[in-house]
Design a protein around this ligand. Structure first.
Ligand SMILES: [Zn+2]
Length: 392
C-alpha cells in the first residue's frame, strides 16, 4: 500500500502546495474572530470534501471554533488522532497581501506556514492518500483549534474539546512545527505564573521605626523560599520575575507586590510546588503583615510528560521512518508548551512536532522546508498503516 501512497503524494505535489498557499494566505490570530471563522470554514470544507464527517464546536462565545471530525467511524481499530491549531501569532495583514511564497532554495515563507498550517495540509493529505489507497483499519480523527497561540479562552475552553477528542484514541500526533533536524517531540515543560502582595504598616523609619511593619522584608522571606523550591534534577525551576514596593527611603514600606513563575518537567512537581506555595503564603515572617494570594487557576500549560508510552510511540515511528527510507529521527524534550499536553492528559500516547520542518516560528523569518510537506505525509501514512504492530 505504501507504494500507492507514495505515487498519490508524488502526483499531488502542486495541489498540496496550492492548498498550503490558500491556508497561509487566510491569515489571522486567535482574537480576530472573523478571520478565524474564515479559516475554520475553509478547513471544514476541505476535510468534508475528503470524506471526513466534521463539525465545529465553540466552547465560549468569544472563543475561536474548534474543528472536530472523523473518517471511518465504523472501522474496527481504535482511532488515531491528528490535531493542532489553525491560528497564528500574526495579525491579519501583518505581511502584506498574499504573503505565501516559495523561494529558490525550496523554503516556504508566510505567517504560520511552519506553525502550523503545513501540519494541517499534511493531515488532509494523509487522509486523502490513505483513502485513495483503500485503507480501512481504523478511524482517523482530527481536532484543530483556533486559539492555541495565546487565546484568552484556550486553556479553560478549547483545550477541553481537544482532550475530549483524544479520549479513547490509540495514539495522537500533534502536527506542530517540526524541528529542522527531523526530531520528534516527546515531552514539553508545563508552566504557571502568578503573584502575591503584602500589606504592612507604614511609619517614619527614624521616629516610629518599631511601629512599622515592613512589607518588603515579609515579601523577601517569601521570595527566597520560592527560589528554594527549584529542583533542577527534576526539571523544576522557579523564577521570581517582578518586585514592586516602597516609596521613599525614610519610610517603612507598607506594600509590596511580587510576580513569579515556575516551569516543570513533571506534573507531580508542579503540584508539589503549588502546595508549598500555598503553605508559604499562609506563613507570616514579619508579625503584623498580611499576605494576599490566589492560587493560579489558569495554568499556562500542564506538563506534557516524557512518558514511557510517548517514548515507545517515538521509537515505533522512527523505525517506520527508517524502514521506508525516510531517514533517522531523534527525539527532543522542549521548554515551550503545545496542545500535545491536552492529548496526553486524556491518557493518549502522543508525539508533537509532527508537521513540516523549519525554523524561526513566531518571527517574520519563519520558513518551512517544502520537501518535508511531502515526506512527512508519506511518513504518517506509513505509520498509520502499521499501527496494529504498535505495543506499549
Ligand atoms: Zn504552534
Amino acid at each position: 500500500m505504501q507504494k500507492l501512497i507514495e505515487a498519490y503524494v508524488d502526483s499531488h505535489r502542486e495541489e498540496m502546495i496550492d492548498r498550503w498557499r490558500e491556508l497561509v494566505n487566510l491569515e489571522g490570530k486567535a482574537d480576530e474572530l472573523e478571520a478565524m471563522d474564515a479559516v475554520v470554514s475553509h478547513l471544514l470544507k476541505l476535510f468534508a470534501e475528503a470524506g471526513v464527517s466534521c463539525h465545529l464546536e465553540q466552547a465560549h462565545p468569544q472563543a475561536a471554533k474548534v474543528l472536530v471530525g472523523e473518517i471511518g467511524s465504523g472501522r474496527p481499530g481504535k482511532p488515531v488522532l491528528f490535531g493542532g491549531h489553525y491560528d497564528t501569532v500574526f495579525k491579519k495583514g501583518a505581511f502584506g497581501p498574499a504573503p505565501f511564497r516559495i523561494d529558490e532554495d525550496g523554503k516556504a515563507h508566510g505567517p504560520g506556514c511552519l506553525d502550523m498550517k503545513g501540519g494541517i495540509i499534511i493531515t488532509l493529505y494523509v487522509i486523502k492518500a490513505l483513502e485513495a489507497a483503500g485503507y480501512s483499519e481504523r478511524p482517523i480523527r482530527i481536532v484543530f483549534c483556533g486559539d492555541e497561540e495565546g487565546g484568552t479562552y484556550h486553556f479553560n475552553y478549547s483545550a477541553k474539546i481537544i482532550r475530549k477528542a483524544a479520549e479513547g484514541c490509540l495514539c495522537g500526533f500533534n502536527m506542530e512545527t517540526g524541528p529542522i533536524n527531523n526530531d520528534l517531540c516527546v515531552g514539553r515543560k508545563g508552566a504557571f505564573n502568578t503573584h502575591f502582595s503584602v500589606d504592612g504598616v507604614s511609619a517614619h523609619s527614624g521616629n516610629n521605626f518599631e511601629a512599622g511593619r515592613n512589607a518588603i522584608v515579609e515579601a523577601a522571606h517569601k521570595i527566597l523560599a520560592i527560589d528554594r523550591m527549584t529542583d533542577m534534577e527534576k526539571g523544576s525551576h522557579m523564577n521570581v520575575a517582578i518586585v514592586n514596593g516602597g516609596k521613599v527611603w525614610s519610610s517603612v514600606p507598607d506594600h509590596c507586590e511580587v510576580t513569579f513563575s515556575g516551569r516543570f518537567a513533571l506534573n507531580s512537581e508542579m503540584e508539589r510546588v503549588l502546595d508549598e506555595v500555598d503553605r508559604l503564603m499562609k506563613t507570616t515572617f514579619v508579625e503584623g503583615t498580611t499576605t494576599h494570594y490566589e492560587p493560579p487557576t489558569n495554568l499556562l500549560l500542564q506538563v506534557y510528560e516524557q512518558s514511557d508510552e510517548n517514548m515507545a510511540l517515538w521509537k515505533f515511528c522512527e523505525e517506520v521512518s527508517r524502514e521506508n527510507g525516510y531517514g533517522a529521527m531523534g527525539h527532543v524534550f522542549l521548554g515551550g508548551g503545545s496542545d500535545a499536553v491536552q492529548m496526553a492528559m486524556a491518557g493518549t500516547p502522543t508525539l508533537c512536532s509532527c508537521g513540516v520542518r523549519g525554523e524561526w516560528n513566531h518571527t517574520d523569518r519563519e520558513y518551512a522546508v517544502v520537501e518535508s510537506l511531502f515526506s512527512r505525509t508519506k511518513l504518517w501514512c506509513a505509520v498509520v498503516q502499521k499501527l496494529e504492530q504498535l505495543q506499549f
